[in-house]
Design a binder for this molecule. Structure first.
Ligand SMILES: C[S@@+](CC[C@H](N)C(=O)[O-])C[C@H]1O[C@@H](n2cnc3c(N)ncnc32)[C@H](O)[C@@H]1O
Length: 424
């Protein structure tokens, strides 16, 4: 499926001044002391393991029960409360993870029970959706509805772009020298990392997210860790052959710095593989459609995405990262063999014709349309939390859904993938 990517060897120049003007480096980094108390409590759950992980709840080969039973009386909850007492705030923060002696070495499976009280601490409800209670930056839901959307979106990406970037199988091949390891930053439902763990059973796979991976079918070589990437990746330095991040820019304060840290996380010859969406919709000419603040005009999906982009920026997220990742990776002296691929996905089935290619793309477009409609719903807490009125957001969402269903305007979502190797 590589033919669908538009591949570039030169840096892409983006003409739109609005998009290019943001400076990711101006974003202040999160400080440990800024973490909400509820988060610190949640992070200390991991001492239920026989050996604590460094900074987060780590679920190796987890047996993970989501229970609705009474909170306070269960054994597991007792153990949790005991463990909360036994750890100070300082040991619960991500920074402590730099201390390698604190990292989990245990191959034993974790067994814990997700009770109502734990769930209440991990998630918060806003406008009828459950969001992570960890990060003030990332403000899209982390509930079942959103995870299902991500699963469907992943399947569609696989059809169009393939499951893995081309060098990955070679990088992860068992060479008999070192145990290969893969890190997925912002794993969401965990569909990608679970596939990697299954397809490369000799590798260890680690998934990081603000919420635990909610799969009871996690392969034995896969581990889920709860952490905020914004707090740093120093504890992973030198540990991985592949680092993958897909569609996480809305929760990342300083993407450029994250890429620099990934260069240290990777082992020599390792693979960085980043995919992002630049939070604009493109017109028939594949150029971004950006609206000024206060606009209320079609194309409505593009308008909605413009407001989503400013809401993400308002919370400190690096909504423009997609436009810079190629430059950031290309200019980082640690990387070589940098490849940039662009993909424009039709967001409604407007293509005409009955040839196999048109049929294929219209099928993708139907999935994209449904994905966009689900995304409009997912984005409500983000937009409403950014000062837009319920009336305004609902009207925009309604018109955008109508526009998607009518499929008259040729509109595209732009997806940017960059992969590169760390120099030997
Ligand atoms: C849009 S989802 C994409 C999930 C997955 N990568 C995929 O492509 O399906 C973004 C994910 O990144 C996670 N995320 C965002 N910011 C994060 C951060 N600062 N630290 C850890 N995870 C983060 C979110 O919790 C969410 O699960």
């Amino acid at each position: 499926m590589d033919e669908y990517w538009q591949q570039h060897s030169e840096r892409l120049e983006y003409s739109d001044g609005t998009i290019m003007s943001a400076d990711a480096n101006s974003n202040p980094r999160v400080s440990n002391t800024g973490l909400p108390q509820v988060l610190l409590s949640f992070l200390t759950v991991y001492p239920l393991r026989d050996m604590p992980s460094h900074n987060m709840m780590s679920l190796d080969n987890q047996v993970y029960t989501l229970s609705d039973d009474a909170d306070s009386d269960s054994d597991s909850d007792c153990a949790t409360r005991m463990s909360l007492d036994s750890f100070s705030e300082a040991t619960a923060t991500s920074r402590t993870s730099v201390d390698l002696s604190m990292r989990s070495q245990s191959p034993a499976p974790s067994v814990f029970s997700m009770t109502n009280s734990l769930r209440a601490q991990a998630y918060k409800e806003e406008h009828g959706r459950n969001l992570n209670n960890y990060s003030d930056v990332y403000h899209l839901p982390a509930d079942e509805e959103e995870l299902e959307r991500l699963d469907r979106q992943y399947e569609m990406f696989c059809k169009v772009a393939g499951k893995y970037s081309p060098p990955l199988p070679e990088v992860l091949a068992d060479d008999g020298f070192e145990a290969k390891a893969v890190l997925d930053l912002g794993c969401g439902s965990g569909c990608w990392i679970t596939d990697v763990a299954r397809d490369f059973p000799h590798c260890s796979a680690v998934a990081v997210d603000l919420v635990p991976m909610q799969s009871i079918h996690m392969p034995p070589n896969c581990r889920s860790e709860i952490d905020d990437i914004n707090l740093g990746l120093e504890h992973f330095y030198g540990d991985f052959n592949v680092v993958h991040a897909q569609l996480i820019s809305a929760g990342i304060r300083d993407y450029h710095s994250m890429i620099d840290q990934i260069s240290h996380v990777l082992r020599p010859g390792g693979l960085i593989d980043i995919t992002e969406f630049p939070f604009y919709i493109c017109g028939p000419d594949k150029k971004p459609i950006i609206f000024p603040a206060g606009a209320f005009e079609p194309p409505w999906v593009a308008l909605w995405t413009s407001y989503a982009m400013s809401a993400i920026k308002g919370r400190g997220g690096d909504a423009d990262a997609a436009l810079h990742i190629h430059r950031w990776i290309s200019t980082n002296p640690a990387f070589e063999d940098v490849v940039l691929r662009d993909l424009w996905l039709p967001i409604s089935p407007f293509l005409e014709g009955n040839d196999p290619e048109t049929i294929f793309w219209n099928e993708i477009a139907v999935t994209m349309r449904d994905d966009m409609k689900a995304f409009l719903k997912s984005g409500r807490p983000l937009l409403l939390g950014n000062g837009l009125s319920e009336e305004f957001v609902s009207a925009m969402e309604h018109k955008a859904c109508q526009e998607l269903d009518e499929a008259k305007i040729p509109l595209y979502g732009h997806v940017i993938n960059v992969y590169a190797r760390k120099k030997q």
